[in-house]
Design a protein around this ligand. Structure first.
Ligand code: FPP
Length: 608
């Protein structure tokens, strides 16, 4: 991560807090507060790890952890029969499905979780298996061997950990794992689970549970019987000693975080240190382990956490995160912008006819719309005007798109303003387009809206003044959260892919990636804007049905939408129409069954 002082200054000038992210809805704020308290009470070590995440990610961390804890509690309720407990877990998981479709919930933990999922575009369907596994825990567990024990772990624990990884990914600070380190990661998660099992041994035994594989128990004759009778014998001590050694080995994976974003790496490395301290406490507990869950001393924890806090604060202060704007879904579409109180930025000017955006269900809303703004020249010719006039009015249509995107609550809008092929045009025309863009950056109406502006494309051949204005606006607006507007200027899709391949080749030369193991994730991480999500909807005006070298990597699974009118004639209502059309489409991503429009394609390998 290159230190970027501008980023630091920006972050200081306008602190992005969890409060400014969640907004003013009192029920939602209370829901997140409850999740925070639940996490702290249920698992103090997890709570401190979440505190090492950037402020804006913490509410999502609490919501995920609180949901997992609530399910655990439902599965554990000692006052109920196993079948009842299983039914309660099942009912909670089912209610979540309905709440996700509605975009809200009456249950506070689900309310926060649904908000987190929609805000950060997390696909919670990956948790269904984990929830079913928690439900099945109610009937007791027996593992014949380590293989069975590990598959329980990967079914029940890994999906929750993966949600946290996706969260970091969505924020633009991926916990990216090289393919050769995925095994390390799975072991690390096994180690975390084994640490938990050992810590809670006493309370589990009270409830008749011994969550270790038979294979391990049999290696220490007599240990199982002694533990079940809650008798601390040499065999039991030897078994627990061996298990803590194994857990320590599993959580110690120094290579796993190499090359990872330093903030994300700090979270994982610190969790390994805390788990080792926890295992030290298990070792030191002796017979007391059968009575209560041991905890490392305050001094030990402080020694681990103090430097981790400094490291993580520094790492995050140097990172510009992609923060989602306020959610506007079916439920909140017409509500006033709750983030407005936190910013001096004004709302977009209203449509001259007073048109308002349609209500789109949260799970039908695209996250990223990309537009090929075609037809400026023909529009001008039709009216006997110079082509430059088409581009001037076309720029006003681009403003309309931004207004419409803000009003409907779109997170990413990408506009194709000037392609690498556009240099073939007459220099008068190229200068007109580029000059219009520069003027817009200096004095246009987008400047004071809640828009994070970015540029994608090559700097060569562009006027120096334009490049400087683009970079200046990127820096000036980087902390904004409403809409990410990426304008593609001197952009070519193949050029982007070639540059990414060159960056990967450099990384391979530096030993950061192994060429034969390079996968889609590695490629995506080396793109010029690694946090740009896949395009959900690609719209082209001007009666042409081509994608013309526009975002080939991101638009592979985009829904295509072509309209006959020329670009200068469109206004925000056309964008809303495009989004409405998208919301009715059924997306498959190569699968046999239908996928809701918002769900990302299945990872990691995409069927053709
Ligand atoms: C394609 O129409 C349009 C362009 C190559 C330029 C688009 C640029 C703008 C609309 C200005 C953008 C400004 C901001 C503020 C982002 P064309 O000229 O190819 O039309 P034709 O196909 O009818 O000839």
């Amino acid at each position: 991560m290159t230190p970027d002082l501008d980023a630091v200054h920006q972050a200081r000038r306008r602190r992005l807090t969890a409060r400014s992210l969640i907004g003013g809805d009192p029920a939602l704020r209370a829901a997140y507060r409850l999740c925070r308290r639940t996490t702290r009470r249920h698992d103090p070590a997890i709570y401190v790890l979440i505190q090492l995440m950037p402020t804006v990610l913490r509410p999502a961390g609490w919501a995920l952890w609180a949901a997992a804890s609530v399910l655990d509690d439902l599965a554990d309720q000692q006052d109920a029969e196993p079948a009842d407990r299983a039914a309660r877990v099942e009912a909670w998981a089912e209610a979540l499905q309905g709440d996700l479709a509605a975009g809200t919930s009456r249950d506070p933990v689900r309310h926060a979780l649904v908000d987190t999922a929609l805000r950060w575009r997390l696909d919670l369907s990956g948790l269904r298996g984990a929830m079913s596994s928690t439900r099945d825990d109610t009937h007791g567990r027996h593992f014949a061997d380590w293989a069975a024990w590990r598959s329980w772990c990967s079914e029940e624990v890994l999906p929750w950990a993966d949600q946290v990884r996706h969260l970091f990914e969505q924020a633009g600070a991926p916990m990216a794992l090289r393919l050769d380190r995925q095994e390390d990661y799975a072991r690390f998660v096994d180690g975390a689970q084994l640490t938990d099992v050992l810590t809670d041994l006493g309370s589990d035994l009270v409830q008749g549970r011994l969550l270790l594989p038979q294979e391990a128990l049999d290696a220490y004759p007599g240990a199982e019987d002694d533990l079940r009778l809650r008798r601390w014998s040499p065999a039991a001590a030897a078994l627990i000693g061996a298990m803590t050694d194994l857990a320590r080995q599993w959580v110690t994976r120094p290579a796993m975080t190499r090359g990872m974003h330093p903030g994300a790496a700090t979270v994982l490395d610190t969790s390994a240190c805390l788990m080792r301290a926890q295992l030290g406490a298990v070792d030191a507990a002796g017979p007391a382990l059968l009575k209560r869950s041991p905890r490392p001393s305050l001094v030990t924890r402080a020694r681990i956490l103090a430097p981790a806090r400094i490291r993580s604060r520094l790492a995050w202060s140097l990172t510009s995160l992609t923060v989602p704007g306020p959610r506007r879904s079916a439920v909140t579409a017409s509500a006033p912008d709750p983030a407005a109180e936190d910013t001096a930025l004004g709302p977009p000017p209203p449509h001259p006819d007073g048109a308002r955006p349609p209500r789109i269900a949260a799970d039908r809303m695209p996250s990223h719309v990309a537009v090929v703004m075609d037809g400026n020249g023909r529009w001008a010719r039709q009216r006997g005007l110079p082509r430059s006039e088409g581009h001037r009015v076309g720029a006003a249509a681009a403003h309309e798109m931004v207004y419409g995107a803000l009003e409907i609550g779109l997170r990413h809008l990408t506009l194709y303003a000037f392609s690498t092929e556009n240099w073939k045009r007459d220099t008068g025309e190229t200068s007109t387009i580029l000059e219009a863009i520069r003027r817009d950056l200096d004095e246009g109406p987008i400047r004071d809206l809640d828009v994070r502006q970015r540029w994608s494309g090559r700097p060569d051949h562009l006027p120096e003044e334009l490049v400087q204005a683009l970079q200046r606006e990127e820096r000036r607006t980087r902390a904004r959260t409403g809409l990410t507007l990426t304008v593609c200027i001197n952009y070519g899709g193949r050029d982007e892919i070639a540059r990414t391949a060159a960056a990967l080749a450099e990384a391979a030369r530096a030993g950061d990636v192994i060429p034969r193991l390079i996968g889609e994730d590695d490629f995506a991480r080396h793109l010029p804007h690694p946090d740009m999500p896949d395009v959900d909807l690609l719209w082209r005006t001007g009666n042409e049905q081509r994608t013309s070298n526009f975002l080939p990597w991101h638009a592979t699974y985009a829904e295509l939408y072509f309209t006959p009118g020329y670009w200068p004639d469109v206004d925000r209502r056309d964008l809303w129409q495009a989004i409405t059309e998208y919301s009715r489409r059924q997306r498959r991503h190569g699968a046999a069954t239908l996928i809701s429009p918002r769900q990302p394609p299945p990872a990691p390998s995409r069927p053709i």
